[in-house]
Design a protein around this ligand. Sequence first.
Ligand code: HEC
Length: 228
Amino acid sequence: MKSLFQKSIVLFLVVITATSCFNKEKPNYQYFPDMYEPVSYETYGEYDIFENGQEAKLPVEGTIPRGWHPYGYENSNEGYAQAKAQLTNPIPYSEKNLAVGQQLYTIYCAVCHGDQGNGKGILVEREKILGVPSYDDAGRAITEGSAYHVMYYGLNSMGSYASQTTIKERWQIDHYVMKLKGTLTGAPERTFESDTASVKKNLIPPVNADATILGADANTVLDEESTN
Ligand code: HEC
């Protein structure tokens, strides 16, 4: 009995000694400290020996991310007018593209534009946003090109969808927007094209007049999971 009491005392003292100097605020004993405090340079650190003090270099001017594809029209009134007049949807008007377009439209656009594209989405009904047009608004005369352009850059209180959607997805939404417009204006239903119909290469906007940026791989470029 006595020895059990003595043992408990000893154990108690050991525990006290072991924990008394422990400070939660400070790092404890480091096992292999070099793993925590590298002797070499830190990634993205700023050191004198590097040019401009920066280890990380900016990409060479003109570099673009893989799969990224420039959009040739400027974010200006002229760019808008050009896209509206010239740009047409390069992907086939297939059932599949339309179905995907409808899904994406429901996710991204319907809150404002409404399921029918009449400008009466839930946010409009709750008066959270004003001035959302109906797609059959005669004054706007929405075209495939103008719809793509505003999805790319946004327009006033409508934001840009360039970072959430790929090029192909925007064109899929575009087909659906034009279908909604057709329904609103009472235009006859457009007949579906085959899903395998090839992408109309030259309809993807060139960066400038003398550069046709897409060659034979137009389909591949559109399928890239790129944004912007
Ligand atoms: C936050 C609400 C909101 C969302 C979401 C939204 N829009 Fe809009 N949209 C607007 C408003 C507001 C305008 C009118 C902008 C103006 O003319 O000032 C507009 C205008 C438009 C126009 C007409 C542009 C023109 O040429 O006059 C089109 C086409 C359009 N939106 C398509 C879309 C598509 C496609 C999506 C989804 C990818 C979308 N919008 C998502 C609010 C929204």
